[in-house]
Design a protein. Sequence first.
Length: 205
Amino acid sequence: MIEHVAMPHGSVVLLEVEDLDAALAALPDAERAHAATLGELRRREHVTGRTALHVALDDFTTPILADDRGAPVLPAGWVGSVSHKGPRAAAIISPAGAGWVGLDLERAAPPKVDIARRILTPREQAALPGSDDDRGLAVTLRFAIKEAIYKAVDPYLRRYVGFTEVELELAGEHCVVTSALGLVIEASWRAHGGHWLATARAIRP
Ligand SMILES: CC(C)(COP(=O)(O)OP(=O)(O)OC[C@H]1O[C@@H](n2cnc3c(N)ncnc32)[C@H](O)[C@@H]1OP(=O)(O)O)[C@@H](O)C(=O)NCCC(=O)NCCS
């Protein structure tokens, strides 16, 4: 399965790999060597994510390794981000020079435990819908947006950023992001195939 979803920060490739061995064999040597060090579940998700990135780049030759914080290092001229959920991975790429991008994929379902107070500011909690199901979905969506933001800001900040260090105000499929991180941060989201898809871009003003 492969799909392309247009988002404001670039085209997202959504992918499920049917034949893991074939997908592994198509990756550059250095990526195959890294994949061999991973456990089975992690290897599957990593290979699916890397395959999605290579599809997005239309380049299966240049290896995409990770930096010291785990972010994918794209070929010169590109930035990009990956997310996995179960058998599915999503990847986004964007031309370098206009900040960093982040991406997150989450099932559009209420969280198994109530994480609202851990990940949302009091103002965000107060803005949640009233019904339990709608509230749960809204919490998962905000979680996805914040994880996408984290991936876009980490290359600048290179530190853990707490979930309540950014505040979201959703306006349709766009999002007003406020923080004291010293970066201009944009975020957007889509509902797609039973998942939340969130993308973000961060740039130093
Ligand atoms: C790193 C983190 C975002 C990963 O999210 P996740 O839901 O566990 O996993 P996902 O499948 O969505 O993403 C994993 C991918 O994130 C990428 N990633 C990992 N560390 C990263 C970093 N420091 N910066 C950017 N991308 C990173 C990698 O590409 C990884 O996949 P890969 O190892 O196969 O290449 C999450 O574990 C985390 O530590 N979050 C920090 C707190 C936070 O999100 N705060 C929000 C406030 S803005």
